[in-house]
Design a protein around this ligand. Sequence first.
Ligand SMILES: NC(=O)c1ccc[n+]([C@@H]2O[C@H](COP(=O)([O-])OP(=O)(O)OC[C@H]3O[C@@H](n4cnc5c(N)ncnc54)[C@H](O)[C@@H]3O)[C@@H](O)[C@H]2O)c1
Length: 359
Amino acid sequence: MKVAVLGVGGMGGGIIKTLQKIPSVTEVFAYDVDTERVREREQSLGATGVTELERILENRDIPLVFVTAANFAHKELTIASLEAGKAVMCEKPMALTLEDARAMVETAERLGTFFQVGFELRYSKLYTKVMEWIEEGLLGEVINTTCLYTSSAWRKSASWRLKAAPGGSMMGEKLSHYVDLPRWWVGSEVTECYAACAPNMVPYMEIHDNYHLTYKFASGAVSHLTYLQGHPATFRGDPLQPAEAQQIGDGHELRYIVVGTKGAAECDVFLRAIKRWDCPMDPEEGLLSNLVENLTWDPSEGHFYFHNTTDQTIDIVRRVEAGEPPATPARDAYNSMRLCFAADVSVDENRIVQLSELE
Ligand SMILES: NC(=O)c1ccc[n+]([C@@H]2O[C@H](COP(=O)([O-])OP(=O)(O)OC[C@H]3O[C@@H](n4cnc5c(N)ncnc54)[C@H](O)[C@@H]3O)[C@@H](O)[C@H]2O)c1
């Protein structure tokens, strides 16, 4: 199968490399508005460079495209590709406005075309392990989740990501991953949210560099996300950390606690830990907690336990070849995006936002 990658910066380059390792992929096309970049991808990765989008849209031998351009180009590239009859994988955030994201989903639904959004944490071996425990009933009904994510600041060189526009907000660009997971685990729709941001610690970021977001599900479950910059939890050179536990120079800490009616789980991607407790109710003593699983993994497998874009790419190619639907319907990804936009409305207007206000 021939596959095209639309937007071949950092993310697109990585997808090209993965596609080239898939035996059934016979040719990978690299398209970008930056013609220098297209040439570079031709020379260094052996992709077929294209500088006119029409050449991809009109080529009936290309059934699948990956939209990995900067966020502001997602809507236009996705809708044009869907209308040209292509299966589409589009990176998060789907679009810069909820209206645009909805237009993308509705186009795919109207045409009955494959459309999957790049929430690759649903392929992470770490987070799928938590999902396995939930599906096996080991945690009972998930009623609480909390995510603590801290990192040191993004560098000034981080280009469009620092800008209010056209990069979009931190909720969509980064934190959409971390609200998508609790939605998946809880398995119920979010009904309302409240979010607050403190003044920025990082003066050169036009977007908020911190979020405190609480959201409630129809099932009654509640999730919380705290995102902070300026807390270098695993900084380069920390004498107390083994080298592999450091996110070099980035200082990340990313921990989830998931509490169900029968047990609890905790996972920490940078400390390579997944734990599960049984929490039986003893008639005499009350609530007990027994650590029953305490797992880790080899540092060389880190990619597969975190942003597992490799298995996501392989799975999307396989699904399109087999005529199967996306692993997650685009409507579901849209609902994660809707929560991101609702969180930003909550910050801007300093109030609880009902998700039904944003259809
Ligand atoms: N899922 C993840 O974990 C993850 C990680 C990194 C990036 N991303 C996403 O991938 C996308 C790209 O990020 P990146 O890090 O590669 O950024 P980048 O700045 O390295 O590359 C973006 C590319 O898009 C190109 N572009 C801009 N407008 C275009 C258009 N109209 N048509 C074609 N190309 C166009 C630019 O020329 C550039 O080459 C973003 O949406 C980002 O959010 C996702």
